[in-house]
Design a protein around this ligand. Structure first.
Ligand SMILES: Nc1ncnc2c1ncn2[C@@H]1O[C@H](COP(=O)(O)OP(=O)(O)OP(=O)(O)O)[C@@H](O)[C@H]1O
Ligand SMILES: [Mg+2]
Length: 273
């Protein structure tokens, strides 16, 4: 087999393993540029709009290992960097996910970064400016991040409140992009592909989602996500009647308020009734 044939075969095997991600704009190119220029990246957007999928797709595309951490309000710097653990009567230093990503030249993805405790930013700052350094206070190490290390963080501006926003000195260390629900044509492709439901039936669901999203703000914190549309299409594809599937995926997860639920159901009945 020629070299070209081998390379093509390898490339197509690689493409098959790539987590599916349908771009809505130039986000793949921007991610790739940030990676090549060694710049950290911040993604903002509502729940279930494809941020996590995008990062796993890009990590696979760039051939880098991915270390994902879901941040929460108990997350400390040590959870990211590592700690001494007692193992078989000995204390041994064990790298946390951020340190592993730095040592191995991987992508570290901190999801819902605004939730993390303040001491986390102390670790992130030297890593996200031109120094690209990770200081490990406990071991006395100062690790220089290799060229193929990248830090990606994300948050949902929707549930941000004053006490939990990123400080300007943190956010201004990142190249940033906003995510939203994909344009209808792309969202139909996604929902069809992820659920197995026919494209035609997905068009109707995506149109309905557009109408339900218009109700956002009046009564709902956040519009129905692409994730929920995929759930809905999956249940319909498995044989569940449409009204039952839509109630379970596009109404109940969105609100507990019975009046608001009724409003959503009205839109649904008007579409599928
Ligand atoms: N552009 C896209 N391409 C492919 N699948 C997508 C895309 N956008 C959304 N999806 C589908 O929606 C689901 C939810 O996306 P994902 O988990 O990436 O959302 P998220 O933005 O990370 O949400 P959260 O903020 O709640 O973590 C995925 O599992 C996938 O099925
Ligand atoms: Mg996510």
């Amino acid at each position: 087999m020629s070299h070209t044939a081998t390379a093509t075969k390898a490339a197509s095997a690689f493409a098959r393993d790539l987590p599916y991600y349908a771009p809505a704009g130039n986000e793949c190119a921007l991610f790739e540029q940030a990676y090549r220029q060694r710049l950290p990246l911040l993604l903002k957007g509502p729940t279930g709009c494809g941020k996590t999928r995008f990062v796993s797709h890009m990590a696979a595309k760039l051939g880098r290992p991915l270390f994902t951490v879901s941040c929460h309000d108990d997350l400390t710097a040590a959870d990211l960097t590592g700690r001494y653990l007692l193992q078989g009567g000995e204390t041994r230093w064990v790298d946390g996910p951020l340190t592993r990503a730095v040592r191995e030249g991987g992508i570290c993805y901190l999801d819902e970064v605004v939730e993390a405790r303040k001491d986390v930013t102390v670790v992130l700052h030297p890593l996200t400016d031109d120094r690209r350094l990770l200081p490990l206070e406990r071991t006395g190490e100062l690790i220089e991040a290799p060229d193929d290390f990248m830090l990606v963080v994300s948050y949902n501006p929707g549930y941000q409140h004053i006490l939990k926003s990123l400080k300007p000195s943190t956010r201004q260390r990142f190249v940033a992009m906003s995510f939203d629900f994909p344009p209808p044509r792309v969202e139909c492709d996604i929902v069809a592909r992820e659920s197995g439901l026919s494209h035609e039936r997905c068009v109707a669901l995506v149109n309905l989602a557009g109408r339900l999203r218009e109700l956002k703000g009046q009564d709902l914190e956040e519009g129905v996500s692409t994730r929920l549309l995929v759930y809905c299409a999956t249940l319909i594809s498995a044989g569940m009647p449409i009204l039952e599937a839509t109630r379970a995926t596009l109404v109940e997860p969105l609100t507990d308020d019975l009046d608001v639920q009724e409003g959503l159901l009205e839109s649904i009945r008007a579409t599928f009734g």
